[in-house]
Design a protein around this ligand. Structure first.
Ligand SMILES: [Zn+2]
Length: 265
């Protein structure tokens, strides 16, 4: 997967131009996806540039899955969707512990360290935190009304485990169905959190952004804001395709067709 970014210096040089002309003059730079959100590159005019590619980890991983689907790598797509879901649970843990993370960062980091490499512990943590905050059990992936036929006779969790742990190779249709199930599950949870604890959600987004800036140091950043399929911000704001209603109902199959225009390759 590759990410498309724009050079900040080129943007500044052409600041006075109308957007339609800027599009033709400022070239996109294509860089392989990397772990750090801070991308260093040289544009074709020779400017050295550093940018932050915005987007939460689960959004980027999900996008990687969509691109794998588009290119016909169905097993890789499912592993990306599954990783996206795990990172999403991590994000919700942060959201629901925002008060503690801000008031006692050292303590929070210590607790975080004890679960960071163990997804089952994280799942336990997010379930209890969700229950405490909302007074009900967090919906699970297997609660979704998916026909077993959609996933080769398996539940979403069985399907995921077969691919991750047993090396099974999914069909195109089952990989898409799994991606859609993960989407519906994530949107269901994020909508619940956004509806009742928007304050915590926005706080967590600001917290993550502040950490990104801290990593960037003194450099002047340019934020590339991708209209990710699973954009958490789309719950609040309208991007190219999303208001809350659309965000909750968008179909993965439609998005795969449009993904080439979304800043990712
Ligand atoms: Zn440049």
């Amino acid at each position: 997967m590759k990410v498309k970014v724009l050079c900040t210096a080129c943007i500044n040089e052409n600041a006075a131009l109308p957007i339609s002309e800027k599009r033709d003059i400022i070239p996109w730079v294509t860089i392989p996806l990397q772990e750090s959100k801070i991308y260093s590159f040289k544009c074709e005019k020779g400017h050295s540039c550093k940018v932050i590619v915005s987007g939460l980890k689960h959004e980027v991983l999900f996008e990687s899955g969509v691109l794998a689907l588009k290119d016909g790598y169905f097993r890789e797509a499912v592993t990306s969707f599954a990783a996206s879901l795990e990172r999403f649970y991590e994000f919700i843990i942060l959201v629901l512990l925002m008060k503690e993370a801000k008031s006692n960062k050292i303590g929070f980091d210590k607790v975080w360290k004890s679960v960071v490499n163990q997804s089952e512990r994280q799942l336990g943590a997010v379930n209890f935190l969700f229950f405490k905050e909302f007074g009900k059990a967090m919906p699970t992936l297997d609660d979704l009304k998916i026909s077993k036929n959609d996933l080769g006779g398996k539940t979403p969790v069985e399907f995921r485990n077969g691919i991750i742990h047993k090396g099974l190779i999914p069909t195109s249709a089952s990989a898409i169905n799994y991606g859609q199930a993960v989407t519906d599950h994530i949107v269901q949870i994020i909508t619940e959190v956004a509806t009742t604890r928007e304050d915590l959600l926005l706080d967590a987004l600001r917290y993550i952004q502040a950490n990104d800036f801290a990593e960037l140091g003194e450099e002047q950043p340019h934020f590339m804001t991708n209209a990710f399929f699973l954009s958490t911000l789309s719950i609040f704001h309208s991007f190219d395709m999303t208001d809350l209603v659309t965000a909750r109902t968008q179909r993965l199959t439609d998005y795969i067709v449009r993904v080439n225009n979304n800043g990712m390759r």
